[in-house]
Design a protein around this ligand. Structure first.
Ligand code: GNR
Ligand code: NI
Length: 174
């Protein structure tokens, strides 16, 4: 297992559309395990492959609150096949948009079809926080960040702060 570095906005790799995988083979299971380790260490409740610089349609999730309650989900080629008519609002954050949080409105419940770690097709229905995180992770696969759901004013304010934070963290140019 390995903990991978997480890209932060505005990195162009976060804006690219990820490509479907052909099948879940041992190398892809290894990527899923590395992503889980990275997500738990962050800590976060979801992680999409583009966030670690891998342009593949792979996500991992775990909304368990404690180590005892761990229930990891690994998905390749996830597709939302149904969304509820009613919406939910959650305060979202993102490991690629550090230290910024905002309310995002999304469908309250979803049904998602994906390939699991055994390369088997599975379908689950989720609501509440899990439904929100699934939609947040699938957005990453299409180059969409939660700040893209905000007004341009709010989004640009956050992006300016992230650019400035990165500039302040970089060693001074000589
Ligand atoms: O850890 C995370 N928490 C979170 C909270 C509310 C809505 C979405 C998320 S996902 C985020 C981890 C992340 O950036 N995944 O892409
Ligand atoms: Ni995110």
């Amino acid at each position: 297992m390995a903990c991978l570095p997480i890209l932060t906005a505005p990195d162009p790799r976060l804006k690219q559309k990820a490509v479907r995988v052909e099948r879940v083979d041992p190398a892809l299971v290894q990527l899923m395990d590395d992503m889980l380790e990275t997500m738990y260490a962050a800590p976060g409740i979801g992680l999409a492959a583009p966030q670690v610089g891998v342009g593949k349609r792979v996500v991992v999730l775990d909304i368990g609150k404690t180590e005892e309650e761990r229930a990891p989900l690994c998905m390749a080629n996830p597709e939302i096949v149904w969304v509820s008519d009613d919406d939910n609002t959650y305060e979202e954050g993102c490991l690629s948009v550090p230290e910024h949080y905002a309310q995002v409105v999304r469908p309250r419940a979803v049904r998602v079809r994906y390939l699991d770690r055994e390369n088997e097709i599975r379908e689950i229905e989720a609501d509440g926080l899990l439904a929100t995180v699934i939609q947040h992770e699938l957005d990453h696969l299409d180059g969409v960040l939660f700040i893209d759901h905000l007004s341009a004013l709010k989004r640009n304010m956050i992006l300016r702060k992230l650019t400035k934070a990165r500039r302040d963290a970089a060693p001074a140019a000589r």
